[in-house]
Design a protein around this ligand. Structure first.
Ligand SMILES: Cc1ncc(COP(=O)(O)O)c(C=O)c1O
Length: 305
């Protein structure tokens, strides 16, 4: 990871190496943290943050689910994100706000531990290897299932949920795949280890509904918007595993993944085995929107000093 100069922590910027926590922080022991993954893109007018309000809203919602009262309001966090990107001088970057339970009497209950908030930024190319967005990636269907409804809150971006994602990703990589697709407890397709999934089948674009143990992805929403504008028939419906084999195109979407084509599932080529025309078209539209070439009001400029 390429270090930046500053990390915003509990209200002010501190040097990167000084943004430290105690080993007895509650979040380290019990996963009591929520976070966001946001991107700032290089635009003709300097760096600008994509879908900042939607990310801050999801952070607030995640906090409500896991009993983390955010000590900073929306305006403060928005200003903090912009200031951190600006002060670090990134032309483009990944942004990681984190709200977590720090020190306190170390038992399971988080309620008596301090709430801490940090915002780190770094220059990062993305979730997959270079070339993944052009060539596509090889995925498997994981032997792990996504958390069942009523167990972990899949709709919250809670750190504890990512133990599931880690199991999926490590298993996939150890078996020679780039990533894994996870089924929900009922055997329906939910998402990737860190991205939502879309597939094209019989001319329709299909993505699982929010109730099927998925994170409500911000990129998913943006892609739905782009697809509808292009006149594509977009449906949110349950996806049976075999639909992955029938699909003509499959792609993963997320802040880190952007739009990454899937070229094979369990070593079976998806469609022709090459990223398809709908995937390519949406990738191009997404890049234009994210970099401000196509101005849709999705970007918040970081602004001058
Ligand atoms: C499990 C999971 N699903 C979906 C996504 C995509 O969400 P977003 O588009 O908001 O980054 C992510 C990435 O944050 C994720 O970790």
């Amino acid at each position: 990871m390429k270090k930046a100069d500053w990390i915003w922590m509990d209200g002010s910027l501190v040097p990167w190496d000084e943004a430290r926590v105690h080993v007895l922080s509650h979040a380290l022991h019990y996963g009591s943290a929520v976070f966001e993954g946001i991107r700032a893109y290089a635009t003709a007018d300097g760096p600008a943050v994509l879908a900042l309000e939607a990310h801050l809203e999801r952070l607030e919602r995640s906090c409500r689910v896991v009993h983390i009262p955010l000590p900073f309001d929306r305006d403060t966090l928005r200003a903090a994100v912009l200031e951190t990107v600006r002060r670090n001088g990134h032309p483009a970057c990944y942004i990681r706000p984190l709200a977590f339970r720090g020190e306190g009497p170390l038992g399971v209950s988080p309620l008596t531990s301090d709430v801490r908030v940090s915002i780190a930024t770094w220059e990062w190319a993305g979730a997959h290897h270079e070339g993944a967005r052009d060539e596509g990636i090889d995925v498997c269907v994981s032997s792990w299932r996504r958390m069942a409804p009523g167990t972990h809150p899949a709709m919250a971006k809670a750190a504890g949920n990512y133990l599931n994602s880690q199991l999926v990703l490590v298993e996939a990589k150890q078996n020679g795949f780039h990533d894994g697709i996870v089924l929900d407890v009922n055997g329906y397709v939910s998402e990737g280890s860190g991205a939502n999934i879309f597939l094209e089948l019989d001319g329709r674009l299909i993505t699982p509904p929010l109730g099927d143990s998925i994170l409500p992805g911000i990129t998913r929403n943006l892609v739905i918007q782009l697809a509808r504008e292009k006149g594509l028939e977009l449906v949110e419906q349950r996806i049976a595993r075999e639909m992955l084999i029938y699909a003509g195109e499959i792609f993963l979407v997320g802040t880190a993944a952007e739009i990454t084509p899937v070229r094979s599932i369990d070593r079976i080529p998806v469609g022709t085995g090459e990223p398809g025309p709908i995937t390519r078209d949406l990738q191009a539209a997404f890049q234009r929107a994210a970099t401000g070439v196509d101005d849709r009001g999705w970007l918040t400029p970081v602004g001058g000093a």
